[in-house]
Design a protein around this ligand. Structure first.
Ligand code: HEM
Length: 456
């Protein structure tokens, strides 16, 4: 009886409530540990029940919604739908992270962080990322095997750590990357604090990162480390405070630097890896892209770093980036919680229920995108219906780093296809188990046939 679909009687969303208390947690955990990826859990129920269905995970009710009209309402009514992550994620990123902060608190933190993502910092960041990528390319040897996921993660980690806290030392960078990886692995773990659990190891990694950040802050305050131009220093100087934006506490600063380190690494590395896979599998796209990118090179990128202006001269590459983000849907759903009883898609939703906007399903909806399984960058801008592209979310909680992310993807695309010739070793599309973001299990290894000398 527990498992029966009760939608017809009470007009609540259809779905399987599963076992008492556990609900469908076991099925969800099985999907997390499967190479089809955790989204398979959602996809199967979306097919069975339609655009709005209900399930029970970790003792809580979760509703998944894949309609653009509902997405618009939910993502814009922050007073009615607040952001909410699973307990494990919330504990790992910290209570003061803007990812988890409730409405008013979130507004204050976002106001402080927003200024860090100015046009000026985007320009400096593009140059920084380009220089780090070119450095990396000089170490890639013809004839060797390159795992795209690993290489993009290393460069993204370097770029983020330099921009946020000016870490440049190789050992410190590696430590940070390893700790962030451990933390990432714990994100979808059952929140049990026993020493051998993934969750516990993630918490330990968080503690070590917090210690590094605390030490850095203390050194700067005591004058041991000076003259840094990075996000951390801007938050410590807090010029915004003079304009009436409240000063962030040290805990808020630490939680949010950590949040940005996490937010800007795996997501971007995964997105770049999928992008290269899609481009590689579509020779027509590759040829059109190459033509455009060789023009950019002719205009000077061979001997100088890329600029935001140069990136703006890449209309086709920009569509490739957008299409890769749509098709890969690295962040698969956007989690919210209903702050009051309401009606969505004609169904009663109770206060306290988790509402997940199913971005992946929206990105693959044939009524919004023609032949959604086809990688077709030219579908844009014609297929830009409102709320049909949610790779970075929308509204007051949309991704703060989206311009940075798009710029990194363009820089990577340009340098990779103009400097390297490669042959794919493993084109398998299986998904990495236990990954929070959609990630290729193989990491996408390629055999480098040749790399050009880079002269900038
Ligand atoms: C391809 C790469 C990226 C993707 C796909 C991505 C996607 C997203 C998504 C879907 C959200 C949540 C939106 C919501 O729940 O409504 C988000 C939030 C966020 N992202 Fe990104 N992101 C990427 C890269 C970055 C980068 C490079 C940064 C820079 C540090 C960044 C910083 C953030 C922050 C700070 C938030 C929280 C915003 C808030 O809650 O106000 N992201 N991102």
């Amino acid at each position: 009886l527990w498992c029966r679909n009760k939608s017809s009687v009470s007009n609540i969303p259809p779905g399987n409530q599963g076992l008492p208390f556990l609900g469908e947690t076991l099925q969800f955990m099985a999907a997390i540990n499967n190479t089809k990826g955790v989204y398979e859990f959602v996809r199967a129920r979306r097919l069975q029940y339609g655009k709005c269905f209900k399930t029970k995970l970790f003792g809580e009710t979760h509703v998944f919604i894949s309609s653009t009209d509902s997405a618009k309402v939910i993502l814009n009514k922050e007073g009615k739908f607040s952001k909410k992550y699973m307990k494990s994620i919330a504990e790992l990123v910290g209570r003061d992270s803007l990812l988890c902060a409730a409405h008013q608190h979130h507004k204050l933190i976002r106001a402080s962080l927003f200024s860090l993502f100015s046009t000026h910092s985007l320009s400096s960041f593009v140059q920084l990322f380009d220089s780090l990528l070119l450095q990396a390319i000089t170490t890639w040897k013809s004839g060797s095997v390159l795992v795209i996921q690993d290489e993009t993660l290393k460069v993204a980690c370097k770029a983020m750590c330099k921009m946020l806290i000016s870490i440049e030392n190789g050992y410190e960078l590696e430590t940070m990357q390893n700790e962030v990886a451990r933390l990432g692995e714990a994100m979808l773990a059952i929140p049990v604090r026993l020493p051998w659990t993934r969750f516990y190891k993630g918490l330990q990694a968080r503690k070590r990162i917090m210690d590094i950040l605390e030490k850095t802050i203390n050194e700067r305050r005591s004058g041991i480390a000076t003259s840094h131009v990075d996000f951390l220093q801007q938050l410590l100087d807090n010029k915004l405070h003079e304009d009436g934006v409240p000063r962030l506490t040290d805990t808020e600063i630490k939680d949010n630097i950590l949040t940005m380190i996490i937010a800007g690494q795996d997501t971007i590395a995964n997105a770049m890896t999928w992008m290269i896979k899609f481009v590689d599998e579509n020779p027509l796209v590759f040829n059109t892209l190459m033509k455009e990118q060789l023009e950019i090179e002719k205009n000077g990128s061979r001997n100088s770093y890329l600029t935001v202006e140069a990136l703006n001269e890449m209309p086709y590459a920009s569509k490739v980036v957008k299409e890769a983000l749509r098709k890969a849907s690295v962040v698969q759903w956007l989690p919210r919680v209903a702050l009051e009883d309401c009606v969505i898609e004609g169904y009663k939703i109770k206060k306290g229920w988790n509402i997940n906007i199913d971005a992946r399903s929206i990105h693959h909806d044939p009524t919004l995108h023609n032949d959604p399984s086809v990688f077709n960058p030219s579908r844009f801008p014609a297929e830009s219906k409102p709320y049909s592209f949610l790779a970075f979310g929308m509204g007051g909680r949309a991704c703060l780093g989206k311009n940075m992310a798009k710029a990194m993807m363009l820089v990577f695309l340009h340098r990779f296809i103009t400097n390297c010739k490669w042959k794919v070793i493993d084109s398998d599309s299986s998904i990495q188990k236990r990954a929070l973001f959609t990630k290729l299990k193989s990491g996408y290894p390629v055999h480098l046939i040749s790399t050009r000398d880079v002269t900038t």
